[in-house]
Design a protein around this ligand. Structure first.
Ligand code: ATP
Ligand code: MG
Length: 238
């Protein structure tokens, strides 16, 4: 099978400070990858490279054999921080529909098919009963589900999630785990997380990013990592 994503010897620097060093990886269609690592290790940077928001300092990165910029419409992103005005009267449906913005024709108006895609996406995250609710009245876990629906509404091949379960309670985390389990194999999923307890259930492979990249089997990931024991010796995790 051909890979959907390839990083080849990627180096990335912000203002001459190395962030990612010699990162090479291949991801295959339908895989569910978890990305873990210490704060500042470069996890969000990796996602930004995938979305073409930033470019590698050296090395190359291909998605379906093309540059990230050429494949942006195939990638959807659930951000680490979603800042919005809780008092601004935007409905759940409008937020999900905004996932279709990049697909609109020249006249910029939503079509019937955009509304259908948004509704289907809301059903996938089990939030259709909240369709007319103001987004500002939802709980943190419900907002995360709506953001996943917004991402799904764009019909992505690749879904990127940056810590979607931080700051939400255990039952909301389980609800998101279930949604993602139902999506597994239907698209390629890359999820940054610090919730190591949840990795085993969904994950095919785990990448630990701490400047360098180390690959781990889901079964090898243990709670030790979440206790801050990311220790590097001669480039390997110990
Ligand atoms: N725009 C920027 N300009 C300069 N440095 C940046 C910028 N964005 C991030 N950094 C730095 O790059 C490093 C990696 O950041 P990144 O956001 O990728 O980490 P992370 O692994 O996602 O961390 P966290 O777990 O806290 O989200 C950090 O040291 C951060 O301060
Ligand atoms: Mg981050």
């Amino acid at each position: 099978m051909h890979e959907i994503i390839r990083f080849h010897k990627i180096h990335f620097e912000y203002d001459q400070t190395p962030i990612l060093k010699d990162v090479s990886l291949c991801i295959y269609p339908g895989e569910f990858i978890h990305v873990i690592g210490p704060n500042g290790g470069g996890k969000t940077t990796l996602l930004k490279l995938l979305m073409g928001f930033i470019e590698p300092s050296s090395g190359y990165l291909k998605i379906n054999g093309k540059s990230p910029k050429a494949t942006q419409s195939k990638i959807a992103y659930v951000p680490q921080v979603f800042a919005f005005d809780k008092l601004f009267p935007t409905s759940v449906f409008e937020v999900v529909l905004s996932g279709r913005l990049s697909k609109l024709p020249w006249h910029g108006k939503y079509q019937e098919k955009d509304k259908i895609k948004a509704l289907v996406a809301l059903k996938q995250v089990d939030m259709d009963e909240f369709i007319d609710h103001p987004i500002g009245e939802l709980s943190g876990g419900q907002v995360q589900r709506v953001l996943i629906a917004r991402a799904l509404a764009s019909d992505p091949q690749i879904l990127l999630l940056d810590e979607p379960t931080s700051c939400i309670d255990h039952s909301a985390q389980l609800a998101i785990d279930k949604i993602l389990r139902n999506l597994k194999r239907k698209l390629t999923i890359i999820m940054v997380t610090h919730d190591l307890d949840h990795i085993g259930k969904n994950s095919d492979r785990v990448f630990c990013i701490h400047g360098h990249l180390s690959e781990l089997k889901p079964s090898e990931v243990c709670q030790h990592f979440s206790m801050g024991l990311y220790t590097e010796k001669e480039g390997a995790l110990i």
